[in-house]
Design a protein around this ligand. Structure first.
Ligand SMILES: [Zn+2]
Length: 308
């Protein structure tokens, strides 16, 4: 596995603290022309928003970390987005017993906006975890990527999720799972947007019921690679939410995993804000991974997870 950090910076004060020439500009030539016209002689190419993309152990990140500390020391909270990118060899992926299922692209609106009913009466007052779905899932189907009949079956999305992490799978993918007797998942009806919308034959909800126990050390949570939330602002004191973001690979206690092909962690990641909810991490068995891979199901990525 190789690991990088991907960072976007548009904060002038922050960029001026970074080593000269680090990263690449996010501006096209046309953007640059427009800003030159607007700003005239005051325009500096060094001030353009930048992308920094370097291996996790690059010395650049030590300098970035120092710049962040220096700015926080002057009461300026630097503005940036940063996340880890992990790449695996095929051998690493096919030899892992357990993998983390990622669905990189999400779609709107959330099920809640389309008529899905949730009972939040027993949700945690601190982190908002624990809502219970009380109706079929309703989603705006035309917003789901590539479900149009004009797109060949082989190129259609097989697995997708809303911004609230409601996961749906195509009928083809659902049939594969049934035939292979994939355990730990319930395939439920999906309806279109609107409380009186009909059940669609094209999609099913992918509801994970297998259990993987809590994520354990050395799993790392935090806001981003440069802010590990040491104060615990985003951790639920009742233990439901472990952090705003999952920053590392996942580690699971082998005795806690129920052996299902699809399993959710007991602790969650994220926050209750607007339509977003904290959600568990989904883990899949090697058998399930092979099934998705061999049948060319589109819309997912996998990372190695560790059973210890
Ligand atoms: Zn809680």
């Amino acid at each position: 596995m190789r690991e990088w950090i991907d960072m976007r910076v548009g904060d002038l004060l922050f960029m001026r603290q970074l080593p000269a020439g680090v990263g690449v500009s996010l501006y096209s030539e046309a953007d640059r022309e427009m800003h030159r016209e607007l700003e005239g002689d005051a325009y500096r190419e060094d001030d353009e928003p930048r992308r920094l993309y370097y291996p996790k152990d690059s010395p650049v990140w030590d300098q970035v970390r120092e710049a962040i500390c220096a700015l926080r020391g002057t009461d300026h909270e630097p503005v940036y987005n940063a996340w880890y990118v992990r790449r695996y060899t095929q051998r690493e992926l096919i030899s892992a017993e357990l993998l983390r299922l990622l669905i990189p692209r999400d779609f709107e609106p959330a099920g809640e906006e389309c008529g899905t009913v949730y009972d939040e009466s027993a949700s945690c007052p601190r982190c908002g975890a624990g809502r219970i779905q009380k109706s079929d899932l309703h989603v705006r189907l035309r917003r789901v990527f590539q479900e149009s009949p004009s797109i060949p079956q082989a190129k259609r999305t097989g697995i997708a999720r809303t911004i609230a992490d409601e996961i749906i799978v195509s009928r083809t993918a659902a049939d594969l799972m049934r035939q292979a007797r994939i355990t730990g998942v319930k395939l439920l009806p999906v309806r279109g947007c609107g409380s009186d919308a009909d059940i669609t034959p094209l999609w099913q909800q992918f509801a994970v019921v297998g259990s993987a126990g809590r994520m354990m050390s050395p799993t790392v949570f935090g806001v981003d690679p440069f802010d590990l939330d040491e104060e615990g602002e985003f951790r639920c004191p009742m233990g439901h939410v472990s952090g705003l973001n999952l920053l590392s690979e996942v580690y699971i206690d082998r005795n806690e995993w129920d052996g299902s092909d699809a399993a959710a962690t007991a602790d969650l990641v994220g926050r209750r804000v607007g339509l977003l909810v904290p959600t568990p991490v989904t883990l899949i068995s090697q058998r399930f991974y092979q099934l998705l891979k061999e049948n060319n199901v589109k819309g997912f990525k996998a990372e190695v997870a560790h059973l210890v």
